[in-house]
Design a protein around this ligand. Structure first.
Ligand code: AMP
Ligand code: MN
Ligand code: MN
Length: 360
């Protein structure tokens, strides 16, 4: 999609609105189309999305993969780094048959296509494919994207990577079917928080309309993705939310709310790590804090940190300063040390971020 984000559809208001930056240049779209069209008939395509894949990572990757299959691409794998476990909410996504464990991914594919990964570090052990592949195409929407592909379709104004994926499918002449649409809809609805976040532009709703027109069922999809979790996770959330800390003076008075969850918490409630991804949505409700944060212990003892902002603070700056990435209102990084050390670093960076950007 090249439509500018945030602009009204037309009329006098449109003239008064400064033009938003557009998406990828036409030359980049053309190069991406050419990279796909240049594949030999038996060409091997490896699709890779970021570690700990979310709805946008999996949905844009599988939706695009199904589109490539429609184009006649036969030798194709989809994968992501780390354990080959698909989080429960995504286990009914169409196209899952494309998935292979990272250990079985083509060592030297003709083309690698990366989805929703802002930088090489998000590709984990699959990063070597950037060197061994015949071509590397990057589809993403993170402003912090390092443009590590040979062709980069990066649109920081896109609400989800699936918006970019749909734009490329359209340019390749692939019509949407229900399977492709369900994948792209899951991606779009997860990254926009069910069409609630600021990035939910008219263009997002127009894309959603085209996806729904294929006959997919938004009620069923949303219940599966957002409104279903094991009872053990409900109890675990109670415990973890019960120890949330509110620091009204943090972030130069804009307020910070944070909590943490350990591997032991998960084990006691017999839960898988993915259930913690939804925790930030309960924490960020806190009226007294602009910034919210959940610190999640990973299997190797590090901490996966999720941060959200309501607007006063650019949390992507904090995340990038601490080795991660993300967007202005949603960002993350990997922390080491104790919870208090990790939160201490966030507190310190928050003050720095505020003095640089001020309030918006
Ligand atoms: P999450 O809190 O995991 O939902 O992530 C929020 C945003 O931050 C997403 O756009 C992620 O891609 C990005 N993000 C999260 N963790 C990292 C990380 N370790 N490195 C780079 N970006 C990250
Ligand atoms: Mn993602
Ligand atoms: Mn995304």
């Amino acid at each position: 999609m090249t439509e500018p984000a945030g602009g009204p559809a037309g009329g006098a208001l449109a003239e008064a609105t400064p033009p938003a930056e557009s998406g990828p240049a036409e030359a980049d779209w053309a190069a991406a189309v050419a990279a796909v069209r240049a594949l030999p008939p038996d060409g091997r395509v490896l699709l890779i999305c970021h570690v700990n894949p979310d709805g946008d990572a999996l949905g844009s990757m599988l939706g695009f993969g199904l589109g490539l299959r429609r184009l006649g691409v036969r030798r194709m794998q989809a994968t992501f780094p780390g354990p080959p476990e698909v989080p429960e909410p995504f286990r009914e996504l169409p196209g899952l048959d494309l998935l292979v464990p990272a250990t079985e991914a083509y060592p030297d594919p003709d083309l690698v296509i990366c989805f929703d990964a802002a930088g090489e570090s998000r590709l984990g052990e699959l990063v070597d494919r950037l060197d061994t592949a015949g071509g590397v195409l990057v589809l993403d929407h993170h402003a912090s994207n390092t443009r590590f592909g040979r062709v980069n379709l990066v649109d920081p104004h896109a609400a989800a990577t699936s918006v970019v994926a749909e734009g490329l499918l359209a340019r390749l002449g692939v019509a949407l079917d229900a399977a492709i649409a369900e994948c792209l809809y899951v991606a779009l609805s997860t990254d926009t928080g069910s069409f609630r976040f600021e990035a939910t532009t008219p263009a997002v709703h127009q894309l959603a309309a085209r996806l729904l027109a294929t006959g997919i069922r938004p009620g069923d999809i949303s219940r599966r993705i957002f409104d279903t979790r094991p009872f053990g996770a409900v109890r675990l959330f109670g415990e973890v939310l019960g120890r949330a800390c509110l620091e009204p003076a943090a972030a130069a008075g804009h307020g910070l709310v944070w909590t943490y969850a350990t591997q032991d918490d998960l084990a006691r409630h017999d839960q898988r790590a993915y259930v913690l991804e939804a925790l930030i949505d309960s924490v960020r409700c806190t009226a007294e804090a602009d910034v919210s944060c959940v610190v999640k212990q990973t299997a190797n003892g590090d901490w996966a940190v999720s941060m959200r902002s309501k607007g006063a603070v650019d949390v992507s700056r904090v995340a990038v300063a601490l080795g991660g990435g993300g967007h202005r209102f949603a960002a993350g990084f990997t922390g080491r040390g104790t919870v208090d050390e990790v939160v201490g670093r966030i507190r310190a960076e928050l003050d720095g971020a505020l003095t640089e950007t001020g309030r918006r």
